[in-house]
Design a protein around this ligand. Structure first.
Ligand SMILES: [Zn+2]
Length: 299
């Protein structure tokens, strides 16, 4: 199985609830557990600015490039600015593009390709927010569309609504956006996606999995040529930014259901990690690593 990853994802954002070191920890754990071998890992190039411009406005990209973000911009992004941070996230977008090309390319499509990164679903065309400077999945969809792969579906199971993604594809019927999230949580404004399921606070495994089981056939019915999965670790019961109550076993069952739905439909799947802010970073790492280990069984 191919996994996409770069050490450049670990960037210094100061004291922060978002542990950027989780990417390296997941990578190291997968290697240590023998789930992946060094030869399985593909290191991506940074996304081209022209590719970023398939989704983002030139005004916004100029601000990011030149370091002329205003105080309000940075407050909304909830990240500091540095050349290293911009470079790290550009490379992470490159990672999702690379995974999408490998998984869904016209030549030799694969069942599943995992990206140890990505899932930056809060970024809008003209601004970044919620730790997301660029919308990697939306950019990868646009790159695929440019190559003639038009129909895509996005299964966003981060605890937070995929607001930027929903907004970007609001008027593109070729792209099905599904988000299942905690309703009373960030972001306040949730632009309508193709299918949105807002769950009450404290939702447990059984209800969550029943809702997912009901929703997945609708995603498949869209007949996507490529499915992107945002396997957020933040629906976990001990997450600092999430208010759902999923166990690790429940999250793994969630992953299996998504993998099985894509496999049964014969659609290639691109897995991205998205959020994860457990009190103990080891829990976030264990949840992400379990997602990729399960994907390997399906590859
Ligand atoms: Zn999240």
């Amino acid at each position: 199985m191919i996994v996409v990853y770069s050490p450049a994802y670990v960037v210094d954002i100061g004291l922060h609830v978002f542990p950027t070191r989780k990417y390296q920890l997941v990578h190291d754990r997968l290697l240590g557990d023998g789930v992946i071998q060094p030869g399985d890992v593909v290191e991506p190039q940074p996304a081209e600015w022209d590719d970023l411009a398939l989704v983002h406005t030139s005004e916004y990209l100029t601000k990011l490039r030149s370091g002329t973000m205003r105080v309000e911009d940075l407050a909304q992004l909830e990240l500091p600015w540095s050349p290293e941070i911009v470079a790290g996230f550009r490379r992470m977008v490159g990672g999702t593009i690379t995974a999408a090309r490998i998984a869904c390319g016209v030549n030799t499509p694969r069942n599943v390709v995992c990206h140890i990164g990505g899932g930056l679903h809060h970024a809008f065309p003209n601004h970044g927010e919620g730790f997301c400077p660029f919308n990697d999945v939306a950019i990868a969809v646009r790159v695929l569309q440019r190559a003639g792969i038009e129909r895509a579906a996005i299964v966003d199971l981060d605890v937070h609504h995929g607001n930027g993604t929903a907004f970007i594809f609001e008027s593109d019927p070729r792209v099905f956006t599904f988000s299942m999230h905690q309703q009373h949580n960030y972001p306040m404004w949730k632009p309508r996606g193709s299918l949105d399921i807002g769950l009450p606070d404290g939702t447990h495994d059984a209800t969550y999995l029943a809702e997912l089981e009901r929703a997945l056939p609708t995603v498949v019915a869209h007949q996507p040529q490529c499915v992107f999965y945002l396997a957020g670790a933040d629906p976990y019961e001990d997450d600092q930014l999430g208010g759902l109550r999923l166990t690790k076993a429940g999250l793994l069952q969630r992953d299996r259901m998504v993998f099985e739905a894509a496999r049964a439909a014969g659609v290639p799947l691109v897995v991205t990690l998205a959020g994860g802010y457990a009190r103990r970073v080891e829990d976030t790492v264990a949840i992400h690593a379990a997602t990729i280990a399960e994907a390997r069984l399906r590859a």
